[in-house]
Ligand binder design. Structure first.
Ligand code: 5AD
Ligand code: SF4
Length: 467
């Protein structure tokens, strides 16, 4: 009666929240399993960013509740953003849910499950659904537990919750609440514990990490709280690589750009959401930067950080996006030559400022624009990956590769997936890999033995083109 399967939709924050819930449940004697067919309890950790993500989770929950009809002791819960967004209304369409838990209440899941199971095991009346969606002070400090029984070579660390921006398309400020930072010492303690348990790479997570601690922690020697945090995480022994996501172009200032030259553990990979290349659309989205400023940040980083790679988020078909606006996005997208990107078709979200805006873009036009950017992306990803052929990349070995007997997978500093023959004992090691072959999504190579050759710096796509 205590086997739990957690299915996660959406972003890395959700992955991290699910992982923390799993760690807490393990501590309570529950068993976390990977096969949902074997589960006594299924929890869906949901996403609300686009309607499609909500529909997927609702469909899944409906399906699970049919299984519950045959077995009343089977427990189904919905957690996270969609639970927060739809709240009590979720029970109109899914009245048999056992549990609905909001984004500030993940840490209460073990108590709630204990209660539900105790009621189910008693002979009392059928329990009514347990709904817990309140705001909770300090809830940002409750996402800290990891499963330390197994080693995570690369781990996520949540440094803050919420977002105070008001991007007009975005539901996140509603589902995640106002910005709340975790104190630096708490974050350092968590990273130290991870390092002691074999973690070599941490990714610091927040909806808007460049705003980290702006209200709580003063600037020091011109350095923002986020840069101060990066410096201190850098000092932790055993951590070899630091990544973060997502920064906001508005907060990507000189102090952060300079941090790359001072902090060798900071990986040369930046996920910097652009959303649109049209000034008019950025304004309508309430994104407070210009396309020129965005390009400037990219150019500055490329000039100062050897081999830096970029990924981004783009929304196509925001209301009022004309062919001309899209052409500006396309041109900037092409000019920056992102190595990776997430391209989304605009999805109208309830209670956002953009809801009901006039000049909606048709689905057909969204599809076309999406495809145009995808084609550019594939071309650029492949060109970049091919530019790595013949170079030697330092790869952090993470796990056996899904395909390829005896092959292992890891990431280059620039976050390209690298696959190569290796052995189990190299998991968690940084190893030199000579790149021999490339596809749009991965590079393939072989280990360089005994350090005869020095790792080569990654070429930026522009340098690669020039060669
Ligand atoms: N429609 C489409 N994409 C969206 N995103 C956020 N809100 C929406 C929406 N309403 C995208 C943004 C953001 C990413 C996480 O999801 O690009 O950066
Ligand atoms: Fe949403 Fe904008 Fe905040 Fe990102 S910065 S979470 S897109 S409101």
């Amino acid at each position: 009666m205590n086997r739990v399967y957690i299915k996660t939709y959406g972003c890395q924050m959700n992955e991290r929240d699910s992982d923390a819930v799993a760690a807490l449940l393990r501590g309570r004697g529950y068993t976390i399993i990977n096969d949902e067919k074997e589960a006594d309890i299924i929890l869906l950790n949901t996403c609300s960013v686009r309607d499609q993500a909500e529909q997927k989770a609702i469909g899944k929950a409906g399906h699970l509740l049919r299984r519950k009809r045959k077995n009343q002791k089977f427990v189904v819960g919905v957690m996270g953003c969609m639970a927060q967004n739809r709240g009590q209304d979720l029970l109109d369409s899914l009245p048999d849910l056992d549990l609905v838990v909001g984004t500030q209440k993940f840490h209460q899941v073990p108590d709630h499950l204990d209660n539900i199971i105790a009621t189910l095991n008693g002979q009392g009346p059928k329990p009514s659904p347990l709904v817990d969606l309140e705001e909770e002070e300090d809830s940002q400090n409750t996402i800290r537990d990891h499963n330390l029984e197994s080693r995570q070579v690369s781990a996520f660390v949540s440094i803050m919750q919420g977002c105070n921006m008001n991007c007009t398309y975005c539901i996140v400020p509603t589902t995640r609440g106002r910005e709340r930072a975790r104190p630096i010492p708490h974050i350092l303690k968590e990273v130290e514990e991870l390092a002691a348990n074999g973690t070599r790479e941490v990714t610091l997570l927040g909806q808007i990490v460049t705003s980290y601690g702006r209200r709580e922690i003063p600037f020091k020697d011109g350095k923002s709280p986020f840069v101060q945090l990066l410096e201190q995480v850098s000092e932790i022994e055993g951590i070899e690589r630091i990544r973060f996501t997502s920064p906001h172009p508005r907060g990507f200032k000189q102090d952060l750009i300079e941090a790359y030259s001072r902090l060798p553990k900071l990986c040369p990979y930046v996920h910097l959401p652009l959303q649109s290349g049209s000034q008019k659309i950025l304004k309508a989205m309430k994104r407070p930067y210009s396309p020129e400023r965005f390009k400037q940040i990219v150019d500055d980083l490329r000039a100062q950080v050897p081999g830096v790679t970029f990924s981004t988020d783009i929304i196509v078909g925001f209301p009022g996006e004309t062919d001309e606006d899209f052409e500006q996005t396309r041109a900037l997208f092409e000019a920056v030559a992102f190595e990776m990107a997430f391209i989304f078709k605009y999805s109208e979200r309830p209670n956002t400022e953009a809801e009901g805006m006039s000049e909606q873009v048709s689905q057909e036009v969204k599809e076309q624009r999406n495809q145009i950017l995808l084609d550019i992306l594939h071309k650029n990803s492949l060109k970049h990956n091919e530019s790595l052929i013949g170079t030697i990349q330092q790869v952090l070995v993470e796990a056996p590769a899904r395909k390829g007997e005896g092959c292992f997978a890891g990431r280059t500093p620039g976050y390209r997936k690298a696959i190569f023959p290796a052995s189990e004992r190299l998991i968690g090691e940084l190893v030199p890999v000579k790149i021999e072959r490339a596809t749009t999504s991965s590079v393939f190579g072989s280990l360089v033995l005994s350090g005869v050759e020095e790792p080569t710096q990654e070429l930026t796509p522009l340098e690669a083109l020039a060669n």
